[in-house]
Design a protein around this ligand. Sequence first.
Ligand code: NAI
Ligand code: MG
Length: 372
Amino acid sequence: MAKYKIAVLPGDGIGKDVMDAAMIVLDKLNLDAEYTYGDVGWEFWKKEGNPLPDRTIELLKESDACLFGAITSKPKDDAQRELAPELQGKGYVYYSPIVKLRQLFDLYINLRPAKAYEGNPLVIKEGIDLVIFRENTEGMYAGVEFYPLPDDVREVFLKHSKNMERFKDVPADEIAVSTRITTRRGMYRIIKAAFEYAKKHGRKKVTLVEKPNVLRETGGLTVRVAREIAKEYPDIEYEEANVDAMAMWLVKKPEEYDVLVAENLFGDIISDLASQLIGGLGFAAAGNIGDNFGLFEPTHGSAPKYAGQYKVNPIAMILATKLMLDYLGEVEMGQRVEKAVAEVIKEGKVRTYDMGGTASTLDVARAIAERL
Ligand code: NAI
Ligand code: MG
Protein backbone atom coordinates (compact mmCIF):
# COMPACT_ATOMS: atom_id res chain seq x y z
CA MET A 1 0.00 0.00 0.00
CA ALA A 2 1.14 3.51 -0.81
CA LYS A 3 2.18 5.77 2.04
CA TYR A 4 -0.28 8.51 1.07
CA LYS A 5 -3.72 8.58 -0.43
CA ILE A 6 -4.27 11.74 -2.42
CA ALA A 7 -7.65 12.81 -3.78
CA VAL A 8 -7.34 14.65 -7.09
CA LEU A 9 -10.23 16.94 -8.03
CA PRO A 10 -9.45 18.76 -11.29
CA GLY A 11 -12.90 20.39 -11.50
CA ASP A 12 -13.83 22.55 -14.48
CA GLY A 13 -12.15 24.47 -17.28
CA ILE A 14 -8.45 25.12 -16.81
CA GLY A 15 -8.65 23.22 -13.52
CA LYS A 16 -8.14 20.13 -15.69
CA ASP A 17 -5.27 21.70 -17.67
CA VAL A 18 -3.28 22.72 -14.62
CA MET A 19 -3.97 19.44 -12.83
CA ASP A 20 -2.48 17.50 -15.76
CA ALA A 21 0.58 19.72 -15.39
CA ALA A 22 0.83 19.12 -11.65
CA MET A 23 0.65 15.37 -12.18
CA ILE A 24 3.65 15.51 -14.54
CA VAL A 25 5.64 17.04 -11.68
CA LEU A 26 4.32 14.62 -9.06
CA ASP A 27 5.03 11.60 -11.28
CA LYS A 28 8.63 12.69 -11.64
CA LEU A 29 8.99 13.11 -7.87
CA ASN A 30 8.04 9.52 -7.24
CA LEU A 31 6.10 10.37 -4.12
CA ASP A 32 4.85 7.14 -2.56
CA ALA A 33 1.21 7.98 -3.17
CA GLU A 34 -1.94 6.61 -4.66
CA TYR A 35 -3.90 9.24 -6.60
CA THR A 36 -7.66 8.89 -6.90
CA TYR A 37 -9.60 11.22 -9.17
CA GLY A 38 -12.92 12.56 -7.94
CA ASP A 39 -15.89 14.49 -9.28
CA VAL A 40 -16.53 18.12 -8.46
CA GLY A 41 -17.90 21.18 -10.20
CA TRP A 42 -20.31 22.54 -12.70
CA GLU A 43 -20.73 19.39 -14.78
CA PHE A 44 -22.01 17.54 -11.71
CA TRP A 45 -24.29 20.39 -10.74
CA LYS A 46 -25.92 20.25 -14.18
CA LYS A 47 -26.22 16.45 -14.26
CA GLU A 48 -26.86 15.63 -10.62
CA GLY A 49 -27.99 18.86 -8.99
CA ASN A 50 -24.92 18.65 -6.76
CA PRO A 51 -21.51 20.18 -7.51
CA LEU A 52 -19.95 18.12 -4.71
CA PRO A 53 -21.39 14.58 -4.83
CA ASP A 54 -21.39 12.48 -1.66
CA ARG A 55 -18.98 10.00 -3.27
CA THR A 56 -16.45 12.81 -3.50
CA ILE A 57 -16.84 13.67 0.17
CA GLU A 58 -16.33 9.97 0.99
CA LEU A 59 -13.19 9.94 -1.14
CA LEU A 60 -11.79 12.92 0.75
CA LYS A 61 -12.56 11.29 4.09
CA GLU A 62 -10.43 8.31 3.06
CA SER A 63 -7.59 10.51 1.80
CA ASP A 64 -4.65 12.22 3.49
CA ALA A 65 -4.90 15.35 1.37
CA CYS A 66 -6.60 16.75 -1.69
CA LEU A 67 -5.38 18.55 -4.78
CA PHE A 68 -8.09 20.80 -6.14
CA GLY A 69 -8.04 22.46 -9.58
CA ALA A 70 -10.74 25.05 -10.09
CA ILE A 71 -14.47 25.12 -10.51
CA THR A 72 -16.98 27.19 -12.42
CA SER A 73 -19.77 28.82 -10.50
CA LYS A 74 -22.48 31.19 -11.68
CA PRO A 75 -25.07 33.51 -10.16
CA LYS A 76 -28.11 31.86 -8.61
CA ASP A 77 -30.56 32.34 -11.50
CA ASP A 78 -28.11 31.19 -14.17
CA ALA A 79 -27.23 28.15 -12.09
CA GLN A 80 -30.88 27.14 -11.76
CA ARG A 81 -31.43 27.60 -15.49
CA GLU A 82 -28.56 25.30 -16.44
CA LEU A 83 -29.77 22.43 -14.29
CA ALA A 84 -30.79 19.36 -16.36
CA PRO A 85 -34.47 19.52 -17.44
CA GLU A 86 -35.40 16.44 -15.37
CA LEU A 87 -34.04 18.12 -12.22
CA GLN A 88 -35.79 21.47 -12.73
CA GLY A 89 -38.22 22.54 -10.03
CA LYS A 90 -37.10 19.85 -7.59
CA GLY A 91 -35.54 22.22 -5.10
CA TYR A 92 -31.86 21.81 -5.99
CA VAL A 93 -29.85 24.80 -4.80
CA TYR A 94 -26.33 25.59 -5.99
CA TYR A 95 -23.68 26.08 -3.33
CA SER A 96 -19.94 26.60 -3.54
CA PRO A 97 -18.08 23.27 -3.17
CA ILE A 98 -14.97 24.92 -1.84
CA VAL A 99 -16.85 26.79 0.89
CA LYS A 100 -18.70 23.58 1.78
CA LEU A 101 -15.44 21.64 2.00
CA ARG A 102 -13.87 24.25 4.27
CA GLN A 103 -16.83 23.91 6.62
CA LEU A 104 -17.16 20.14 6.40
CA PHE A 105 -13.49 19.46 7.16
CA ASP A 106 -13.06 22.51 9.39
CA LEU A 107 -10.20 23.80 7.23
CA TYR A 108 -9.63 26.88 9.33
CA ILE A 109 -6.28 27.94 7.92
CA ASN A 110 -6.06 29.55 4.52
CA LEU A 111 -2.36 29.60 3.85
CA ARG A 112 -1.31 32.01 1.10
CA PRO A 113 2.39 32.44 0.41
CA ALA A 114 3.41 35.32 -1.86
CA LYS A 115 6.97 35.16 -3.11
CA ALA A 116 8.65 37.19 -5.82
CA TYR A 117 10.73 34.68 -7.77
CA GLU A 118 13.83 36.13 -9.34
CA GLY A 119 13.48 36.97 -12.98
CA ASN A 120 9.69 36.88 -13.06
CA PRO A 121 8.80 39.79 -15.36
CA LEU A 122 5.37 40.11 -13.73
CA VAL A 123 6.71 40.83 -10.26
CA ILE A 124 5.92 44.37 -9.16
CA LYS A 125 8.57 44.54 -6.48
CA GLU A 126 11.63 42.39 -5.82
CA GLY A 127 12.30 40.84 -2.45
CA ILE A 128 8.75 39.96 -1.49
CA ASP A 129 8.55 36.77 0.52
CA LEU A 130 5.54 36.78 2.76
CA VAL A 131 3.07 34.23 4.02
CA ILE A 132 -0.51 35.09 4.85
CA PHE A 133 -2.58 33.13 7.35
CA ARG A 134 -6.21 33.90 6.67
CA GLU A 135 -8.90 32.62 9.02
CA ASN A 136 -11.17 30.52 6.87
CA THR A 137 -14.35 29.73 8.81
CA GLU A 138 -15.77 32.77 10.58
CA GLY A 139 -15.43 36.56 10.76
CA MET A 140 -17.20 38.57 8.11
CA TYR A 141 -17.83 35.41 6.08
CA ALA A 142 -19.54 33.53 8.90
CA GLY A 143 -22.73 33.65 6.85
CA VAL A 144 -24.90 35.24 9.53
CA GLU A 145 -26.83 37.73 7.42
CA PHE A 146 -30.27 39.28 7.39
CA TYR A 147 -32.41 40.61 4.58
CA PRO A 148 -35.08 41.79 4.93
CA LEU A 149 -34.18 42.64 8.50
CA PRO A 150 -36.57 40.78 10.82
CA ASP A 151 -38.28 43.03 13.40
CA ASP A 152 -37.15 40.94 16.34
CA VAL A 153 -33.51 41.10 15.23
CA ARG A 154 -33.77 44.88 14.92
CA GLU A 155 -35.30 45.07 18.40
CA VAL A 156 -32.38 43.18 19.90
CA PHE A 157 -29.88 45.45 18.16
CA LEU A 158 -31.76 48.54 19.37
CA LYS A 159 -31.82 47.20 22.88
CA HIS A 160 -28.08 46.57 23.00
CA SER A 161 -26.55 49.24 20.78
CA LYS A 162 -27.09 52.97 20.72
CA ASN A 163 -25.62 53.05 17.24
CA MET A 164 -28.65 51.20 15.93
CA GLU A 165 -30.91 54.18 16.72
CA ARG A 166 -29.99 55.83 13.43
CA PHE A 167 -31.39 52.88 11.53
CA LYS A 168 -34.51 52.30 13.55
CA ASP A 169 -36.94 53.61 10.93
CA VAL A 170 -35.36 52.19 7.78
CA PRO A 171 -37.91 49.85 6.16
CA ALA A 172 -37.03 46.17 6.58
CA ASP A 173 -36.55 45.63 2.86
CA GLU A 174 -34.25 48.63 2.59
CA ILE A 175 -31.72 47.43 5.13
CA ALA A 176 -29.42 44.41 5.03
CA VAL A 177 -27.17 43.26 7.85
CA SER A 178 -24.11 41.02 7.66
CA THR A 179 -22.43 40.30 10.97
CA ARG A 180 -18.78 39.69 11.72
CA ILE A 181 -18.46 36.83 14.15
CA THR A 182 -15.19 36.43 15.99
CA THR A 183 -14.57 33.70 18.51
CA ARG A 184 -11.66 33.32 20.88
CA ARG A 185 -11.19 29.74 19.69
CA GLY A 186 -11.32 30.77 16.03
CA MET A 187 -8.74 33.52 16.38
CA TYR A 188 -6.62 31.55 18.79
CA ARG A 189 -6.09 28.65 16.43
CA ILE A 190 -5.26 30.77 13.37
CA ILE A 191 -2.88 33.10 15.22
CA LYS A 192 -1.24 30.16 16.96
CA ALA A 193 -0.78 28.48 13.59
CA ALA A 194 0.86 31.64 12.22
CA PHE A 195 3.34 31.79 15.10
CA GLU A 196 4.07 28.07 14.91
CA TYR A 197 4.76 28.45 11.21
CA ALA A 198 7.07 31.40 11.88
CA LYS A 199 8.96 29.39 14.48
CA LYS A 200 9.29 26.30 12.31
CA HIS A 201 10.42 28.21 9.23
CA GLY A 202 12.73 30.66 10.95
CA ARG A 203 10.55 33.66 10.16
CA LYS A 204 11.29 36.83 12.08
CA LYS A 205 8.00 38.67 12.39
CA VAL A 206 4.26 38.12 12.67
CA THR A 207 1.94 41.00 11.81
CA LEU A 208 -1.68 40.95 12.91
CA VAL A 209 -3.85 42.75 10.35
CA GLU A 210 -7.00 44.13 11.99
CA LYS A 211 -8.98 47.29 12.60
CA PRO A 212 -9.53 47.32 16.34
CA ASN A 213 -9.82 51.09 16.60
CA VAL A 214 -13.12 50.90 14.69
CA LEU A 215 -14.28 47.30 15.07
CA ARG A 216 -13.77 47.55 18.77
CA GLU A 217 -15.38 44.36 20.00
CA THR A 218 -14.37 41.80 17.39
CA GLY A 219 -11.06 43.52 16.68
CA GLY A 220 -10.47 44.01 20.39
CA LEU A 221 -10.95 40.34 21.16
CA THR A 222 -8.59 39.40 18.34
CA VAL A 223 -5.87 41.75 19.57
CA ARG A 224 -6.11 40.39 23.11
CA VAL A 225 -5.75 36.82 21.87
CA ALA A 226 -2.84 37.74 19.59
CA ARG A 227 -0.91 39.56 22.33
CA GLU A 228 -1.38 36.60 24.64
CA ILE A 229 0.02 34.20 22.04
CA ALA A 230 2.86 36.56 21.06
CA LYS A 231 4.20 36.37 24.62
CA GLU A 232 4.87 32.67 24.12
CA TYR A 233 7.25 33.49 21.24
CA PRO A 234 9.81 35.97 22.56
CA ASP A 235 12.11 35.34 19.58
CA ILE A 236 9.52 36.37 17.04
CA GLU A 237 8.73 40.04 16.59
CA TYR A 238 5.01 40.80 16.86
CA GLU A 239 3.32 43.86 15.42
CA GLU A 240 -0.19 45.08 14.70
CA ALA A 241 -1.35 46.94 11.61
CA ASN A 242 -4.67 48.36 10.55
CA VAL A 243 -5.97 46.74 7.41
CA ASP A 244 -6.25 49.99 5.45
CA ALA A 245 -2.70 51.00 6.30
CA MET A 246 -1.62 47.48 5.44
CA ALA A 247 -3.01 47.81 1.91
CA MET A 248 -0.82 50.87 1.51
CA TRP A 249 2.29 49.35 3.06
CA LEU A 250 1.95 46.18 1.03
CA VAL A 251 2.23 48.24 -2.13
CA LYS A 252 4.93 50.52 -0.76
CA LYS A 253 7.22 48.21 1.21
CA PRO A 254 6.03 44.62 0.79
CA GLU A 255 9.54 43.27 1.32
CA GLU A 256 9.36 44.32 4.98
CA TYR A 257 6.62 41.84 5.85
CA ASP A 258 7.07 38.26 6.82
CA VAL A 259 4.08 36.36 8.27
CA LEU A 260 0.70 38.11 8.22
CA VAL A 261 -2.37 36.87 10.06
CA ALA A 262 -5.92 38.13 9.62
CA GLU A 263 -9.57 37.28 9.91
CA ASN A 264 -11.48 36.02 6.88
CA LEU A 265 -12.44 39.16 4.94
CA PHE A 266 -9.27 41.14 5.63
CA GLY A 267 -7.20 38.07 4.83
CA ASP A 268 -9.07 37.54 1.59
CA ILE A 269 -8.37 41.08 0.44
CA ILE A 270 -4.73 41.30 1.44
CA SER A 271 -3.95 37.91 -0.08
CA ASP A 272 -5.28 38.95 -3.48
CA LEU A 273 -3.31 42.16 -3.20
CA ALA A 274 -0.18 40.23 -2.30
CA SER A 275 -0.62 37.75 -5.15
CA GLN A 276 -0.78 40.58 -7.66
CA LEU A 277 2.48 41.96 -6.33
CA ILE A 278 4.28 38.73 -7.15
CA GLY A 279 2.92 38.08 -10.62
CA GLY A 280 -0.79 37.48 -10.42
CA LEU A 281 -3.08 34.50 -10.56
CA GLY A 282 -0.60 32.26 -12.33
CA PHE A 283 1.58 32.22 -9.20
CA ALA A 284 -0.85 32.24 -6.28
CA ALA A 285 -1.32 28.95 -4.47
CA ALA A 286 -3.32 28.28 -1.34
CA GLY A 287 -3.58 25.64 1.31
CA ASN A 288 -6.85 25.06 3.16
CA ILE A 289 -5.71 23.30 6.28
CA GLY A 290 -7.42 21.88 9.35
CA ASP A 291 -6.33 19.59 12.14
CA ASN A 292 -7.11 16.47 10.12
CA PHE A 293 -7.10 17.36 6.48
CA GLY A 294 -5.58 19.67 3.90
CA LEU A 295 -6.79 20.79 0.49
CA PHE A 296 -4.42 22.55 -1.88
CA GLU A 297 -5.37 24.70 -4.85
CA PRO A 298 -4.33 27.50 -7.14
CA THR A 299 -6.40 30.55 -6.25
CA HIS A 300 -7.49 31.25 -9.82
CA GLY A 301 -10.80 30.06 -11.20
CA SER A 302 -11.70 27.90 -14.20
CA ALA A 303 -11.02 30.64 -16.83
CA PRO A 304 -13.57 29.12 -19.27
CA LYS A 305 -12.18 30.96 -22.29
CA TYR A 306 -8.89 29.05 -22.00
CA ALA A 307 -10.40 25.68 -21.02
CA GLY A 308 -8.71 22.69 -22.60
CA GLN A 309 -6.25 24.83 -24.58
CA TYR A 310 -3.28 24.12 -22.31
CA LYS A 311 -2.27 27.76 -22.52
CA VAL A 312 -2.49 28.95 -18.92
CA ASN A 313 0.28 29.07 -16.38
CA PRO A 314 0.47 25.89 -14.25
CA ILE A 315 2.86 27.39 -11.67
CA ALA A 316 0.15 28.24 -9.12
CA MET A 317 -1.10 24.65 -9.24
CA ILE A 318 2.45 23.29 -9.03
CA LEU A 319 3.18 25.52 -6.04
CA ALA A 320 -0.03 24.15 -4.51
CA THR A 321 1.49 20.67 -4.74
CA LYS A 322 4.54 22.07 -2.94
CA LEU A 323 2.26 23.23 -0.13
CA MET A 324 0.72 19.77 -0.03
CA LEU A 325 4.14 18.13 0.23
CA ASP A 326 4.99 20.42 3.17
CA TYR A 327 1.70 19.52 4.81
CA LEU A 328 2.42 15.80 4.40
CA GLY A 329 5.82 16.30 6.00
CA GLU A 330 7.69 15.74 2.70
CA VAL A 331 9.51 19.03 3.17
CA GLU A 332 12.59 18.09 1.16
CA MET A 333 10.45 17.15 -1.85
CA GLY A 334 8.54 20.39 -1.49
CA GLN A 335 11.82 22.32 -1.57
CA ARG A 336 12.88 20.51 -4.71
CA VAL A 337 9.66 21.50 -6.43
CA GLU A 338 10.01 25.12 -5.43
CA LYS A 339 13.65 25.22 -6.51
CA ALA A 340 12.77 23.77 -9.92
CA VAL A 341 9.96 26.31 -10.33
CA ALA A 342 12.33 29.14 -9.41
CA GLU A 343 14.92 27.91 -11.91
CA VAL A 344 12.46 27.71 -14.77
CA ILE A 345 11.16 31.20 -13.98
CA LYS A 346 14.66 32.63 -13.79
CA GLU A 347 15.90 30.93 -16.94
CA GLY A 348 12.95 32.43 -18.80
CA LYS A 349 12.95 30.03 -21.74
CA VAL A 350 9.74 28.16 -21.10
CA ARG A 351 6.95 30.58 -20.32
CA THR A 352 3.20 30.70 -20.80
CA TYR A 353 1.43 33.65 -22.38
CA ASP A 354 0.91 35.60 -19.16
CA MET A 355 4.71 35.80 -18.80
CA GLY A 356 5.13 36.82 -22.40
CA GLY A 357 5.98 33.36 -23.72
CA THR A 358 4.38 30.86 -26.06
CA ALA A 359 4.96 27.62 -24.16
CA SER A 360 2.05 25.39 -23.25
CA THR A 361 0.89 24.50 -19.77
CA LEU A 362 2.42 21.06 -20.15
CA ASP A 363 5.72 22.41 -21.56
CA VAL A 364 6.18 24.42 -18.38
CA ALA A 365 5.37 21.38 -16.25
CA ARG A 366 7.88 19.26 -18.18
CA ALA A 367 10.57 21.92 -17.84
CA ILE A 368 9.98 21.96 -14.09
CA ALA A 369 9.92 18.15 -13.87
CA GLU A 370 13.25 17.94 -15.74
CA ARG A 371 14.94 19.98 -13.05
CA LEU A 372 13.73 17.92 -10.14
P1 NAI B 1 -10.40 33.17 -13.30
O1 NAI B 1 -9.39 33.12 -12.23
O2 NAI B 1 -10.93 31.88 -13.76
O3 NAI B 1 -9.77 33.89 -14.58
C1 NAI B 1 -9.61 35.28 -14.74
C2 NAI B 1 -8.54 35.57 -15.77
O4 NAI B 1 -7.27 35.44 -15.16
C3 NAI B 1 -8.52 34.59 -16.93
O5 NAI B 1 -9.37 34.95 -17.96
C4 NAI B 1 -7.08 34.64 -17.33
O6 NAI B 1 -6.88 35.76 -18.14
C5 NAI B 1 -6.36 34.84 -16.03
N1 NAI B 1 -5.88 33.58 -15.43
C6 NAI B 1 -6.48 32.80 -14.50
N2 NAI B 1 -5.72 31.75 -14.20
C7 NAI B 1 -4.62 31.85 -14.95
C8 NAI B 1 -3.45 31.06 -15.09
N3 NAI B 1 -3.25 29.93 -14.38
N4 NAI B 1 -2.51 31.45 -15.98
C9 NAI B 1 -2.67 32.56 -16.70
N5 NAI B 1 -3.75 33.35 -16.61
C10 NAI B 1 -4.71 33.01 -15.75
O7 NAI B 1 -11.57 34.13 -12.79
P2 NAI B 1 -12.99 34.45 -13.43
O8 NAI B 1 -12.88 34.56 -14.92
O9 NAI B 1 -13.53 35.56 -12.66
O10 NAI B 1 -13.90 33.20 -13.11
C11 NAI B 1 -14.10 32.07 -13.98
C12 NAI B 1 -14.86 31.01 -13.21
O11 NAI B 1 -14.05 30.51 -12.14
C13 NAI B 1 -16.14 31.52 -12.57
O12 NAI B 1 -17.14 30.56 -12.75
C14 NAI B 1 -15.77 31.68 -11.11
O13 NAI B 1 -16.90 31.52 -10.28
C15 NAI B 1 -14.79 30.55 -10.93
N6 NAI B 1 -13.81 30.73 -9.82
C16 NAI B 1 -13.47 29.61 -9.13
C17 NAI B 1 -12.51 29.64 -8.14
C18 NAI B 1 -12.12 28.36 -7.49
O14 NAI B 1 -12.33 27.31 -8.04
N7 NAI B 1 -11.51 28.39 -6.34
C19 NAI B 1 -11.86 30.90 -7.76
C20 NAI B 1 -12.23 32.02 -8.59
C21 NAI B 1 -13.20 31.93 -9.57
MG1 MG C 1 -10.45 35.66 -3.06
